[in-house]
Ligand binder design. Structure first.
Ligand code: NAP
Length: 451
């Protein structure tokens, strides 16, 4: 067979896509001989060019960087995820564009100075303590953000100030957390003329609550968050959950018998209203939270402004490999919530697995002289996933962003991913006849019956 023929290239592609194919280190599949490998090599060359333009010295580190990126890719991009549809396989250009997209998403991490082995961080935080993901709009989203759910008024202002001092530039908020006003107070103290931070230095996310899905309610809900936060735009606004509750100001509306009251506004109608927020300049990017891959596809199929981010629960016990590959394929960046196992949840069960006590994570933390939390967060950022650990403790806030000065080996990344047991810490529960059951599982838009 002529090796340059389409059939020969397809055969190579199939071999590369076979289980164990592209998951192997690039060197062993012979980048030079593989058609898909050559395409990736071309993209990597572009990555190197961009690195060079950003003033990174490539000569001494190129080899290492190359290996790291490849390794990085092997883990970040589940290659099932970049497998083109059978119809698309007829069109090599579409394969190329999918791979290009994956690389663009990862580019932000490559450009992080902390990933350059020759780089020594400044002793004082400079504000660029973390790497970043690049959203489809070209905006940079820091790979570590401060989570604020359960951070009480009276604690959260101080937590945000400690975080900003420690180098965080990304804060994850939501109107349902009930603390945006106090987060706003922290921002007002730290931002502005004659202060160390400018608005454009920060990446602020908030989320539309379930009672505000009706298209007429979307902009007023955003305005309320903006007012509380003291901002005139958000970097990212997410639909918090795919299903809607009854409209109004009662956050968990219930009937007299205690049953939660839903509303039949479909998330597609809500999405159209979210798009108009982008057109009005009130939000830079829009995205989804707690949507499954079918629901994401549904939005992508109708959207005129595509979602940039999916925020979902993710950690080694719920690695979300499949969903991550779906996100990469569709150009969404994934954000991992509850990355440390959300141990301060009110409904924590006494017999649930405790992520921070996982023995293999503890072993890695000893090996790298890091904490278990840092290993968990490094695994996320190293696979290109943004993580938003919550803490109101100064030392932990500082610790959680110190994850850019070590690198897990490919087999360690794989070992952590293999801890997956499909375990969800965050499932809204209710008590029915003395038993705790998932609250919304009967709703047609309930996301967790599939990936
Ligand atoms: N979109 C959604 O539906 C959704 C759902 C859940 C969460 N989220 C977002 O994701 C964020 C993070 O998730 P989460 O709050 O559920 O849980 P998490 O970040 O996994 O865990 C928070 C718990 O870990 C502790 N902790 C923090 N750093 C630690 C460290 N270095 N060592 C040991 N313990 C540490 C915190 O304690 P202290 O605070 O006492 O230090 C707190 O008890 C939320 O705050 C929220 O912003 C979004």
């Amino acid at each position: 067979m002529d090796p340059s023929s389409l059939d020969a290239r397809r055969a190579l592609l199939r071999a590369d896509m076979a289980p164990g194919g592209l998951r192997r280190p690039w060197r062993s599949i012979g980048v030079r001989h593989s058609w898909i490998g050559r395409m990736l090599q071309n993209h990597l060359d572009q990555v190197f060019e961009r690195l060079q333009r950003h003033g990174l010295k490539l000569k001494p580190t190129k080899c290492k960087l190359f290996q790291r990126e490849v390794t990085f890719l092997g883990h970040v991009v589940d290659w099932d995820g970049v497998r083109p549809d059978p119809a698309e396989e007829e069109n090599p250009a579409s394969v190329e564009s999918v791979i290009g997209k994956s690389l663009r998403i990862l580019l932000g991490s490559f450009l992080s100075p902390q990933l350059d082995p020759g780089h020594r961080p400044d002793p004082e935080p400079t504000g660029d303590m973390s790497g970043f993901a690049v959203l489809r709009t070209g905006k940079k989203m820091p790979l570590i953000g401060l989570g604020t759910w359960k951070s009480q008024p009276g604690q959260v202002k101080q937590a945000v100030q400690w975080a900003l001092k420690a180098g965080y530039r990304h804060i994850d908020c939501a109107s349902i957390y009930g603390n945006e006003e106090e987060i706003g107070a922290a921002l007002r103290e730290e931002l502005g003329p004659n202060k160390t931070l400018r608005r454009e230095d920060l990446f602020i996310t908030s989320k539309l609550w379930n009672t505000k899905h009706h298209p007429e309610d979307v902009e007023p809900a955003l305005q309320q968050s903006l007012g509380n936060l003291g901002l005139d735009y958000l970097d990212l606004y997410l639909i918090h959950w795919p299903y809607a509750f009854r409209r109004g100001d009662v956050t968990f509306p219930r009937s007299e018998d205690g049953a939660l009251l839903y509303d039949d506004t479909h998330y597609r109608e809500t999405w159209a209203a979210m798009e108009s927020l982008v057109h009005k300049g009130l939000v830079r990017d829009i995205g989804l939270s707690n949507f499954n891959s079918h629901q994401i596809s549904d939005i992508c199929a109708m959207a005129t402004v595509q979602p940039s981010v999916l925020q979902v629960e993710a950690h080694p016990y719920l690695s979300q490999d499949h969903l991550l590959s779906q996100c990469v394929q569709r150009g969404l960046v994934m954000t991992a919530y509850s990355p440390l196992g959300s141990a301060d949840r009110a409904w924590k069960a006494p017999d649930e697995p405790v992520l921070l006590q996982e023995p293999s994570i503890r072993d890695l933390s000893l090996k790298y002289n890091k904490s278990p939390a840092q290993v968990l967060l490094r695994w996320q950022t190293q696979r290109g996933v943004v993580a938003i650990p919550k803490s109101v403790t100064e030392s932990r806030i500082q610790e959680n962003i110190q994850v850019f000065d070590f690198c897990l080996q490919p087999e360690e990344m794989a070992q952590i991913t293999a801890l997956n047991r499909g375990w969800r810490y965050i499932v809204p529960m209710v008590e029915v006849e003395g038993k705790r059951v998932p609250r919304d599982a009967g709703h047609p838009l309930y996301p967790f019956n599939e990936d």
